[in-house]
Design a protein around this ligand. Sequence first.
Ligand SMILES: NC(=O)c1ccc[n+]([C@@H]2O[C@H](COP(=O)([O-])OP(=O)(O)OC[C@H]3O[C@@H](n4cnc5c(N)ncnc54)[C@H](OP(=O)(O)O)[C@@H]3O)[C@@H](O)[C@H]2O)c1
Length: 310
Amino acid sequence: MFGKKKQQPQIDKEQLELIENAQKRIKQKKRLYAHFVLFLIGCVLIIAANTVLGIGKDFTIAGINWFVYAILIWLFLFLYHLFNVFVTNKFMGKAWEQQQMEKLVAKQQHRIDQLKESFRKEEEIKAKSEVFNELNSSEAVETKKDSELTIIVAAAENDAIGRGNQLIWHLSDDLKRFKSLTSGHHIIMGRKTLESFPKPLPNRTHVVITRQRDYKAPEGVIIVHSLEDAIDAAKSDSQPFIIGGGQIYKQALSANLVDKIELTRVHEDFEADAFFPKIDTTIWKETNNVFNKKDAEHEHEFSFITYERI
Ligand SMILES: NC(=O)c1ccc[n+]([C@@H]2O[C@H](COP(=O)([O-])OP(=O)(O)OC[C@H]3O[C@@H](n4cnc5c(N)ncnc54)[C@H](OP(=O)(O)O)[C@@H]3O)[C@@H](O)[C@H]2O)c1
């Protein structure tokens, strides 16, 4: 009942096919060899029949004995057999040829698939490296953004900022905020704003923009001749401030160089000769707003508003 099952030899399909083909080939060669031996014996017998036994002794074609033609015809058949076995492999049959063709096609298809796969992998690596490079470059931009160029300004509801090269109002909390935000930093300004101060502000590096090549400024003040040079002079600073006046604010905003605006909005209209540009709320979003009431030290209501680039 539980007798051992006879083990089947485990030969894979491809090996089996190779063995079968080799066996076929041996058979073909054996047949060819037999043909050759038969041909030799046949030749001897034909010659003997003619010369010894005298069969068809008088039968000649163009003066040549018939057995010569017989041997030549047989030789031709033998050579044809030889040609088919070694050159055309015809004896393997149509099915074998078809099989070989299918194998060749499958092999080529496999190779094409391999190439496609390696091409796809290469593309993947390339795409990844492109994303990596993009990330790297955006990181580089972000690194640049570590330096946050900030405008600081006090502007009325009608955007007035100054008159007769002076501020229009006195708001002590605004001055304190200005001092606390800008202390220790570079402050970039136009020549007129510098001249509106009685003297340079303590604990800040002044960068002053003028077109005058021979402009004489107090000691320690850096003189430059363009806004770009001013920003460059402050590049070591994590937060350089543009502190005015009207001309410099306008140029900085229109050149899209600024990252942040710290605005003190004074809630009244004033007559002025210097103005702050309109804040474009499609570019700037308000991120902080602190309202301040009038009091003994502040004769106007005002708000501290922070804008950041969208
Ligand atoms: N409310 C506030 O927060 C605030 C802040 C700052 C100032 N302010 C007020 O603003 C007023 C001053 O503003 P403003 O517009 O008249 O003057 P400004 O912007 O302070 O300075 C203008 C000067 O900067 C130089 N300049 C401008 N663009 C230049 C460029 N592209 N290349 C080289 N140099 C350039 C020129 O100097 P040169 O003429 O020497 O060539 C020009 O005359 C004052 O009333 C001040 O009190 C108000």
